[in-house]
Ligand binder design. Structure first.
Ligand SMILES: [Ca+2]
Ligand SMILES: [Ca+2]
Length: 681
């Protein structure tokens, strides 16, 4: 562990030195009011970052200084290997003043007028008829609007942003969900394995009430919701609606079919809302993009004369580097695009620092390669997730040494709930630390792969829509070994069916130490049938269930056929019996010889359980003898007056935690003062 920390420190120091030296390299300036025919010197700045990148292409580094103001990025800025800097002289693209230089994928819409009587006729709300305005996009030179797919999670099409805030495509109901209970046609077979069934055709359900009688299905109506399980959302287009029977049939298949096939889900309510429904444009902030006639209908939430209305246009990443080394993107705002904000694919020794990325249609940042870092960035209001990292090589266990450090990631997953997690981490040997993560529809961090370090993150108000979801989640892999999740603080999770630390579907070989969980959903730990996991010195406060262990393996794991549940095949792909893997993960090598289906080798020591209604829950015949379980004190909240501060809702006073662990022999103190965002430099 120490060796790896030193490695990260050395990398951080090297990056810092590179940053300091960059000022001496060639500088090119970009300014609003500049001209791409200029030389790019400070007094004669260029107009676009694209031109500046071209100017420094092949120069082996330099700094592009971007002056304050908004720069419309029509097709995304693309950097290839020839744009690489050198290790002592990176290519730096940097805002002159943090937060002031904005690369935007949107253009401003103008020319709004009141809707005509004919145009307003379908609107259900009389008030809306007075407030809704319309702009003709075609006459303003906008390209034709993209067509929404029949099934999507993040559509990648145009959206409307008012000032700096994404607006809402017209929906019904405006808040929360409506529900259906009556499935007419699941479109699918019975369960074939675990939760999977074969989906033959788009399904149908009975729409409750008669609201859709007022909607024009010819324009296209979409519905967003949970159609089968509360851990899988999708947006489906309606094909037909029968106003007499109430039958609504979809135009596309959901991955799981309509309605749950599980016996215990009978009479389940399926929450959904209708989306992109012109007739339901009935509240300030709602809009409707007429994608046939290229019109924008909008109910502005405040004075149109004072706040710009923007339409997101750029479908490519706003800034994209492929095969680039030694690139620094710093102090820039990337905003208002249809796709991702910043993408670095197959890159090395690059970093994004001090950037704000917001209002994107898909992920904020996507990284693959090695020695890549996202440092002190803010990611907000993304359609899908915050940051995706794939670094290193699993088979050779080569660490990627990528890192996401001290980032503030919030309000992700506006469009794609499952894909709206703050961080997706894959590959081998990467680090996610000191991030502040809050307000999202599903989990915060989803990881897979090997030897990652996830530490010092503070996470709250996540899992707003999902059930059976992990705040920090990994799943269905014996081979994802050597990951360490420690010293994270998870609190005030929104879903009543979330698991704070979720090792799903027999995931194995990880170490979870010194995490603090306060009101972290339903289970503090969901150890779902996995092996050789270590939970030591965690603190669980005010939870329905502290630690859950089950033995789902015999019902789920398969061998000898292709299936995501063939856990042995996943190991074999990585050559898990090679000398390298056998030495690194000796317990994994023995799996097949030691009752492979059962949750063996798990360690539960010195976990403090306070105010947990059920401290331990063992299911599926989990034998107590399989667990190495000792010294896990169980107390009541009343035993520690003052642990929760004054006020409602109660807040946990972290400074009182040492009083707890001092009572537990062998408890390793948690460095609570290091949790959360790093101090400003
Ligand atoms: Ca509405
Ligand atoms: Ca694992």
């Amino acid at each position: 562990m120490l060796r790896r920390e030193k490695g990260f420190l050395a990398c951080a120091l090297a990056c810092f030195i590179q940053g300091a030296q960059s000022v001496a390299a060639r500088d090119v300036y970009v300014a609003r009011g500049g001209d791409d025919a200029n030389t790019g010197e400070r007094e004669r700045p260029l107009a676009t970052v694209e031109k500046a990148v071209e100017t420094l292409r092949g120069a082996g580094g330099g700094t592009i200084w971007v002056g304050p103001g908004e720069y419309y990025v029509k097709d995304g800025i693309t950097l290839d290997a020839a744009c690489s800097g050198a290790s002592e002289r990176p290519l730096v693209i940097r805002g002159m003043e943090p937060g002031k230089a904005r690369l935007s994928g949107a253009r401003t819409v103008s020319g709004f007028r009141a809707v005509s009587d004919d145009e307003a006729k379908p609107l259900i709300s009389a008030e809306a008829k007075r407030h809704v305005v319309v702009a003709d996009l075609k006459s303003q030179g906008f390209p034709p609007l993209a067509q929404l797919p029949a099934c999507y999670r993040s559509h990648g099409c145009e959206e409307v942003v008012f000032g700096d805030v994404p607006m809402q495509s017209a929906r019904w109901p405006n808040e929360g969900f409506t529900t259906f209970t009556e499935v007419i046609d699941s479109g699918a077979s019975p369960i074939t394995h675990w939760d999977i069934r074969t989906v033959y055709r788009p399904g149908a359900f009975k729409f409750p009430g008669d609201r859709p009688r007022q909607w024009d299905f010819g324009r296209g109506i979409w519905l967003q919701g949970f159609w089968c399980y509360k851990y899988w959302d999708s947006v489906l287009k309606a094909a037909t609606y029968n106003p007499d029977s109430g039958e609504l049939r979809f135009a596309a298949k959901d991955a799981f079919g309509i309605g749950s096939p599980r016996a215990w889900d009978k009479n389940a309510k399926y929450p959904f809302y209708a989306l992109h429904v012109f007739e339901e444009l009935d509240s300030p902030g709602e809009y409707y993009l007429d994608r046939q006639n290229n019109l924008l209908f909008f109910w502005p939430p405040s004075d149109l004369a004072k706040t710009p209305v923007r339409l997101t246009l750029c479908a490519k990443p706003l800034l994209q580097a492929r095969g680039v080394t030694n690139l620094v993107v710093r102090d820039l705002t990337l905003e208002n695009g249809r796709g991702a904000g910043l993408v670095m694919s197959e890159c090395g020794y690059c970093r994004a620092e001090g950037c704000l990325i917001r209002n994107m249609g898909q992920r904020g940042i996507e990284l693959s390669g090695s020695h890549l870092a996202v440092l002190r960035c803010e990611i907000a209001q993304t359609g899908a997730g915050g940051i995706g990292v794939t670094g290193g090589d699993r088979k050779s266990l080569t660490p990627g040494e990528c890192s996401v450090v001290s980032c503030h990631i919030h309000h992700t997953g506006r469009l794609d709930w499952d894909g709206g997690r703050a961080i997706f981490l894959n590959g081998c040997g990467n680090r996610v630390a000191n991030n502040l993560i809050h307000d999202g529809p599903s989990g915060a961090i989803r990881y897979g792969g090997n030897d990652h370090l996830i530490e010092f993150n503070e996470i709250y108000a996540m899992c707003g829509l999902y059930e059976d979801v992990g705040v920090i989640y990994t799943g269905r892999d014996w081979s994802s070994q050597g990951n360490i999740v420690r010293w994270n603080y998870i609190h005030d999770i929104l879903s009543k069916d979330a698991q704070a630390l979720y090792l799903d579907d027999c995931d194995s070989g990880d170490t979870l130490i010194g995490n603090i969980i306060f009101k972290g959903g339903k289970h503090g730990v969901m150890l779902g049938g996995g092996r050789d996991n270590t939970f030591v010195g965690n603190v669980f406060i005010d939870m329905p269930i502290g630690i859950h262990v089950d033995a789902r393996g015999p019902h789920a794991i398969v061998f000898n056929r292709e299936d995501s549940w063939n856990l042995l095949a996943k190991c074999e792909k990585l050559d898990y019996l090679s000398p390298l893997w056998t030495k690194r993960y000796p317990r994994l090598a023995k799996t097949m010889a030691e009752d492979p289906l059962q949750p063996l080798g798990n360690v539960l020591h010195e976990n403090i359980l306070i105010g947990c209604k059920t401290p331990f829950e063992l299911r599926d015949g989990t034998d107590k003898k399989w667990l190495d379980r000792a010294n896990n004190p169980q107390w009541e909240l009343a035993d520690f007056p003052g642990l929760l501060g004054e006020g409602t809702p109660a807040k946990l006073d972290l400074s009182r935690l040492p009083a707890l662990w001092q009572k537990v022999p062998n408890f390793a103190p948690i460095p609570v003062e290091k949790i959360g965002l790093l101090p400003a430099p």
